[in-house]
Design a protein around this ligand. Structure first.
Ligand SMILES: [Cu+2]
Length: 565
């Protein structure tokens, strides 16, 4: 029930002149519409509406917020070089917005309320218009409140001006998301009360004895002691899990999987997009190799893998060549193994692939806590951190830092771990894509060398579910200032036990993956727990930009405004 604030009440009195009729003042509602099938829209001019929509994702009805009544929203197909105009009308009872994730555009068109524009008030229309200067797979989502969790997202496919360096016969968007019948505000409140509310993977006494058997009592005891001292759990992989989430692929729950049809002999391009609020997905198609051809919309040197981890907001394009008219499962496990999204790649929609079993969840290691290498982990994980160091150091700009109640965790010995597939994917017998595998197709040999470096600590207090950058939450932080034309190297030190998918708006992030001549261009970079990672930014767009962790319930505080002058 909406509660009528005193201010609204008085406004109503003034407007109507009658006390009795003022009771209707809050009934300003645009109603609830029925869910429609997701479709594709193309051209230069688009009309989008944001509506409350009745959906049934989990078996019981709930109210989602959607674009054009679709969960997920319509796929927008643009052409590189075109001017596009998008009219967005907000039929919610609260402000809304659409942000075009990874799209290079003037900052006033970026769609972040409070930074790019004022947001779209209820009943109002905002018109976005900009020139499309890139191609590939991207997505859009609301940047207001928790609307992204409840359905305001969709795919963007941009056709390139020039021929692509690969060919295919057919393509599908494969957009992954997480849906809950619980209200996002309720989820957030529960996390604030108990950060492990949704985590049912906690350790048992039996686990400890299994560990003793494997490692010997002393080592097992030491490891447990350390975790306890840090008041952390090595089973805390995701804040929000399959306990409340249903994982969707193109809006389909696993009980009625998304169907991707193919004909024998075809090469199929799959455009994977992680549009989830909180969930990292590990994607594989048992029986098929995936040839990765693009990361975050940018072409890379092709690499064949069995499995890909998609952090929240990342995209990967792959090409697969299914054989023998078989049915294949497109299997996207949540990182904590509490559930999966599912698709069926098949020649016959009546034939379903066998669904693989969920992997066993793996605990975090001491390396994930930034405690350097445990002997047992050392054997498992190749270390080549020298490769990731800057050849010639540059001046470091010191930014304000606050250690205290908001920073209960600290990585003592953070390492570059670009060749680490991450917790849950190590030594699983499959070829898993890592950042070290990514090389841009274009040469970056002649790109400007960094002028300076900034170091950002990703910080938090897990028990109190507080998140921040350099120990300072957004509402207490000064903007980060960049000079137009400079090239900045940014290094993250992740002092927490969570993966944070960090997204810098408006400017590309050129990730140092170990090959100086082929830095890979991304818009979202996963910072692994307890690790270090560096990328470079050419500051080529003036204005104010948002910069934040893309986990929806971290975003409010693990956020900065970036000002380019
Ligand atoms: Cu985060």
């Amino acid at each position: 029930m909406n509660h009528l604030s005193r201010r609204d009440f008085l406004k109503g009195v003034a407007a109507s002149g009658l006390v009795l009729s003022s009771i209707n003042v809050h009934a300003k509602s645009y109603g609830v519409i029925e869910r429609k099938e997701t479709t594709e829209l193309s051209g230069n001019v688009f009309h989008l509406t944001i509506n409350k929509t009745l959906v049934n994702v989990t078996g019981s009805p709930s109210i989602a917020t959607t674009v054009n009544g679709m969960l997920q929203g319509p796929t927008l197909r643009w052409r590189e070089g075109d001017m596009v105009t998008i009219h967005v009308t907000n039929y919610l009872d609260e402000p809304s917005s659409i942000h075009w994730h990874g799209i290079i555009l003037p900052y006033q068109m970026d769609g972040v309320p409070g930074i790019s524009f004022d947001g779209i008030a209820p009943g109002e229309t905002f018109t976005y218009t900009f020139k499309v200067q890139q191609s590939g797979t991207f997505w859009y989502h609301s940047h207001s409140g928790f609307q992204e969790q409840t359905g305001v997202y969709g795919a963007i496919v941009i056709e390139p001006k020039e021929k692509e360096p690969f060919t295919y016969d057919r393509e599908y968007v494969v957009l992954l998301s997480d849906y809950s019948d619980e209200k996002p505000a309720t989820i957030y409140r529960k996390l604030k009360i108990a950060s492990d509310y949704y985590n049912f993977n906690q350790r048992t006494v039996g686990d400890f004895f299994a560990e003793v058997k494997e490692k010997g009592f002393w080592e097992a005891w030491q490891a447990r002691k350390m975790w306890n001292q840090m008041r952390m759990s090595d089973r805390d992989l995701s804040d929000v899990t399959g306990y409340t989430y249903t994982f969707l692929m193109n809006g389909h729950s696993p009980s009625k999987p998304f169907q991707a049809l193919y004909r024998a002999g075809e090469r199929v391009r799959l455009r994977f997009i992680n549009a989830a609020a909180m969930t990292f997905f590990d994607v594989r198609i048992p029986g098929l190799k995936m040839r990765v051809v693009a990361a975050d919309g940018n072409n890379v040197q092709p690499v064949e893998v069995d499995e890909i981890r998609l952090g929240v907001a990342e995209t990967y394009d792959v090409i697969v060549e299914p054989k023998n008219s078989q049915a294949y499962a497109i299997f996207a496990q949540a990182m904590d193994r509490s559930g999966y999204a599912l698709g069926n790649l098949t020649t016959n929609p009546n034939i379903y692939a066998k669904v693989p079993k969920l992997d066993q969840p793996q605990p975090l290691t001491m390396a994930d806590m930034g405690m350097g290498m445990h002997m047992a982990d050392m054997k498992k994980m190749p270390m080549k951190h020298n490769k990731y160091a800057l050849k010639k150091p540059v001046p470091i700009t010191q930014l304000p830092m606050r250690w205290g109640v908001g920073t209960t965790m600290r990585a003592k010995n953070p390492q570059y771990r670009l060749d680490d597939p991450g917790v849950g994917l190590r030594n699983n017998g499959r070829r898993v894509l890592t950042y070290a595998d990514l090389r841009s197709l274009r040469s970056t040999k002649d790109d400007k060398y960094p002028d300076r470096e900034i170091i950002l600590h990703l910080t938090g207090n897990m028990e109190r579910y507080m998140w921040s950058i350099n120990g300072i939450p957004y509402h207490e932080a000064d903007p980060i200032r960049f000079r137009y034309g400079e090239r900045v190297r940014i290094t993250y030190i992740n002092d927490t036990m969570m993966n944070h998918p960090m997204h810098l708006h408006g400017l590309w992030s050129d990730l140092e993956t170990g090959d100086e001549n082929h830095l890979v261009r991304k818009h979202t970079i996963i910072s692994q727990p307890g690790s270090k990672i560096s990328f470079r930014v050419t500051v080529d767009a003036k204005g104010a930009w948002a910069y934040h962790c893309h986990l929806l319930y971290h975003m409010k505080d693990m956020f900065r405004k970036v000002v380019v002058t």
